[in-house]
Design a protein around this ligand. Structure first.
Ligand SMILES: *Cc1c(COP(=O)(O)O)cnc(C)c1O
Length: 454
């Protein structure tokens, strides 16, 4: 069988798709049900030529695709794919390296070591911190919190790997009232149950005094504190300096969920938002959001390498180990794709200044959105726009805000997300794509004015 005829077709379809982004409407034209009706439900008995498979799938899928990699997708927090990262991601599939073991895939292992050091340095985190290349922010939170759980229990004389959690002293987990839901999800996966929320202020930042009081009222159990760099609604950053000091004084492990916000640390203009966060014990971020690599790539960063390896490492003696530790010691998976290659690629393509410009560009576009929205009759920007997120209401009546969200989707110029924040319907804008231009923002604001004028 020809190994590459399918690749040639895939290349052609990919180039066509990317070229269509500038003009096409952002939402998909068909629903999932309508897409199902286009697909042959019957799995045939015989083979199909790879090139024909690619053509069939591309033709069927085109109307069901969302223009997420384009410059006018501002929904949820969704990054784009930088051209260098996208191209290298194709190589990842062609090279098809199982990235778990050093002796098996020296190229990936070495690139991962280099990318690890670059990321830690770029974000202003402690030199020597370990980075696990996981699937996304959720697994990054999970991985970091696993290291934290095991370490705080180890300090209390309890070995989770040996004894499990039943009968342990338990772990108290304090979180800001506006932490991301995936913190709760990670804690559930880890058998830690629901966390204790601590009051947050009007921007969603944890209140340092309330956190200190909650820590003081502790019952002596091992404790983890989860802080946040980048609230999905406001973009706000927790007051790290005070919060980390209070948590460490109480002997707690401090974890920072910075799925998109951690990259503020890479920008001289925005790194003040992260002041004090570098003293935490672990940090979760996504490479597939702000850093603009393709799915799926998250980074679990842990100061104490041994704590991460103790939590995630597998000690089966049938596998070959060496002194540096194996890449699979830092992540939940054994087999995985070469996720460090696209991370290396985007960092090599942008350089230190380019990453700072990327982050600053997102923030500038967000500020332009805020200014443009505030000028719309009856509209109100609800957050201090300190980073990449804008949260707006189009009047005291939730119906009008919801109608604007719906009109935006129906019109298709841009994708903005409807949500609820502080008990109000809101329209949320997240700028996270390298290809967004000043024109994209202007056209999207014009669409918002039309939607609000209806
Ligand atoms: C997106 C996000 C997550 C989850 O990340 P995934 O990559 O979707 O798993 C966690 N925390 C915050 C603050 C996020 O924005």
């Amino acid at each position: 069988m020809d190994r590459t005829s399918g690749l040639d077709r895939a290349h052609r379809h990919a180039v066509g798709w990317l070229a269509s982004l500038a003009k096409r409407q952002v939402p998909p034209r068909l629903t999932t049900e309508e897409m199902l009706a286009r697909l042959d439900p019957h799995l045939q008995d015989g083979p199909t030529d790879p090139a024909a498979v690619v053509d069939e799938l591309a033709a069927a899928c085109e109307p069901g695709l969302t223009a997420m990699p384009g410059g006018r997708f501002f929904g949820f927090v969704i990054g784009g794919s930088h051209p260098a990262a996208l191209a290298v991601d194709w190589l990842v599939s062609a090279w098809d390296q199982n990235a778990g073991l050093r002796m098996l895939t020296p190229a990936h292992s070495a690139v991962e070591d280099v990318a690890e050091a670059w990321v830690v340095d770029l974000l202003g985190l402690p030199t020597g911190s370990a980075v696990g290349f996981v699937t996304g922010g959720t697994m990054a939170n999970f991985t970091c919190l696993a290291a934290g759980r095991d370490e705080v229990l180890r300090r209390a004389g309890w070995d989770v790997a040996e004894r499990g959690l039943v009968g342990s002293p338990g772990v108290r987990v304090l979180v800001g009232a506006e932490r991301h839901d995936t913190i709760d999800l990670s804690l559930r996966y880890l058998g830690l149950g629901a966390p204790e929320p601590v009051a947050a202020d009007d921007q969603g930042r944890v209140e340092a005094a309330a956190l200190a009081a909650a820590l003081d009222a502790g019952d002596g159990r091992p404790t983890i504190v989860c802080l946040q760099a980048g609230n999905v609604h406001s973009g706000a950053f927790d007051p790290f300096d005070e919060a980390v000091t209070a948590a460490h004084d109480a002997g707690a492990w401090v974890h920072v969920d910075g799925a998109f916000g951690l990259f503020a640390g890479a920008s001289p203009r925005h790194r003040h938002l992260m002041a004090g966060a570098e003293r935490a014990d672990s940090w979760a971020t996504d490479a597939h959001k702000t850093l603009n690599v393709p799915y799926d790539c998250g980074l679990a960063i842990v100061r104490d390498r041994a704590a991460l390896r103790a939590a995630m490492g597998m000690h089966g003696d049938y596998l070959i180990h060496d002194a540096a530790g194996e890449p699979f010691d830092k992540v939940p998976e054994i087999s995985r794709r070469g996720r460090a290659f696209p991370v290396w690629a985007v960092l090599r393509a942008l350089g230190r200044d380019g990453v700072a410009d990327l982050v600053d560009g997102f923030c500038d576009h967000a500020a332009a959105f805020a200014e443009g929205i505030a000028a719309i009759d009856g509209a109100e920007v609800l957050n201090d726009v300190v980073f990449t997120q804008v949260c707006a209401s189009f009047g005291d009546d939730d119906h009008r805000t919801r109608a604007v969200v719906e009109a935006m989707l129906a019109e298709g110029t841009a994708w903005t997300t409807g949500s609820r924040w502080h008990d109000r319907a809101v329209l949320r804008v997240s700028v996270s794509n390298w290809s967004t231009t000043v024109d994209d923002v202007a056209h999207s604001l014009a669409a918002l004015r039309r939607a609000a004028g209806r």
